[in-house]
Design a protein around this ligand. Structure first.
Ligand SMILES: C[S@@+](CC[C@H](N)C(=O)[O-])C[C@H]1O[C@@H](n2cnc3c(N)ncnc32)[C@H](O)[C@@H]1O
Length: 302
């Protein structure tokens, strides 16, 4: 079984090297169909036929991790799992959590030059990172915020969410080995980091008093969002790449409802929205703006 996992710049792709075949692996055709239905409904994941070998290998690994003896047992537990832990494990095994500090740097340039100044008159500004993975993306936003004038006047409330409990726990700790940073990223992140000493040598920790500005929360993009129109911007980058087009459209519409008028949605550079924009307008590659008059001073005296 050969599976190649490639990361070409911004594009996370998982390419099966063998064509889909009938019942040769762990998952029978019926099992794969059941997994496909489940993944689509619960996670939004589009498991097309080309992913059958990948799914086979990853479900085998999950079975070993959970100490389960059969695929049937696995499905039963998965479908009854109220904690969401098995679902989280399935997402981790079928998608990549790849991320990095200041990934897709043009977004951060745009954030600093155009978006953050909008919040300078407000007492509070809310930003949501809707597929935050292990935290590099929300902490990059935090670093951009604290390097900007706006941080002297306005309070930031940053929400970081993901479906995976494993990545959220790493994000919440906010501790990263030095090799997680490119030299440029380390330079930009350094003001919000503490450098480890002695047993923590080679590690950096996000300053606890700043980390408190980030709320970590488990949220599934497939579920209704418990928010009104309240975020100045939403980052939802490199997660919708796994969804089929109709699911992407539904998620974009829900995210758009959470934006303030004039607020911005950032998606991954390989996730062009095309005709899915709805009440958003295209601003530049992978950046969309919610139509309506920006609430320039609306929150000034909240
Ligand atoms: C490739 S990472 C992207 C991380 C970051 N946004 C970036 O661009 O660097 C994709 C993340 O999406 C999360 N994800 C996948 N499906 C999801 C869903 N239905 N709801 C919420 N998060 C999901 C995964 O757990 C993973 O952490």
């Amino acid at each position: 079984m050969r599976v190649s996992v490639q990361n070409r710049g911004n594009v996370d792709t998982i390419s099966p090297c063998l064509p889909a075949e009938a019942d040769t692996g762990l998952l029978s055709t019926a099992d794969f169909a059941r997994l496909r239905r489940f993944a689509k409904q619960q996670i939004g994941l589009n498991l097309h036929d080309g992913k059958r070998h990948l799914a086979d290998a990853r479900v085998s690994k999950e079975l070993r991790r959970l100490g389960l003896g059969s695929v049937r047992e696995y499905f039963e537990q998965l479908e009854q799992d109220a904690s969401g832990d098995l679902l989280s494990g399935l997402v981790d095994s079928l998608t990549t959590n790849y991320t990095s500090f200041f990934r897709e740097p043009e977004h951060f340039q745009f954030l600093e030059a155009t978006v953050l100044p909008m919040a300078a008159q407000w007492q509070e500004c809310r930003i949501w990172c809707a597929a935050s993975s292990t935290g590099e993306e929300p902490y990059s936003i935090l670093a951009a915020w604290h390097g900007h004038e706006v941080s002297k006047r306005t309070r930031l409330k940053l929400l970081a969410s993901d479906i995976s409990t494993r990545v959220l726990s790493t994000a919440q700790q906010g501790v990263y080995p030095e090799d997680r940073f490119s030299p440029e990223a380390l330079q930009r992140m350094r003001p919000i980091l503490l450098k480890g000493r002695r047993s923590a040598d080679g590690l950096y920790r996000v300053r606890p008093e700043l980390r408190q500005q980030v709320e970590f929360r488990r949220l599934n993009l497939m579920h209704p969002f418990p928010f009104g129109s309240e975020f100045l911007c939403v980052f939802c980058r490199n997660a919708m790449i796994y969804f089929d087009r109709p699911t992407q459209g539904e998620v974009v519409a829900k995210l758009s409802r959470c934006l303030l008028p004039g607020g911005y949605l950032f998606v991954g550079h390989s996730e062009s929205l095309g005709d899915l924009v709805g009440d958003l307008e295209y601003v530049r590659p992978a950046v969309y703006r919610k139509r309506g008059v920006p609430l320039a001073n609306a929150r000034a005296n909240d």
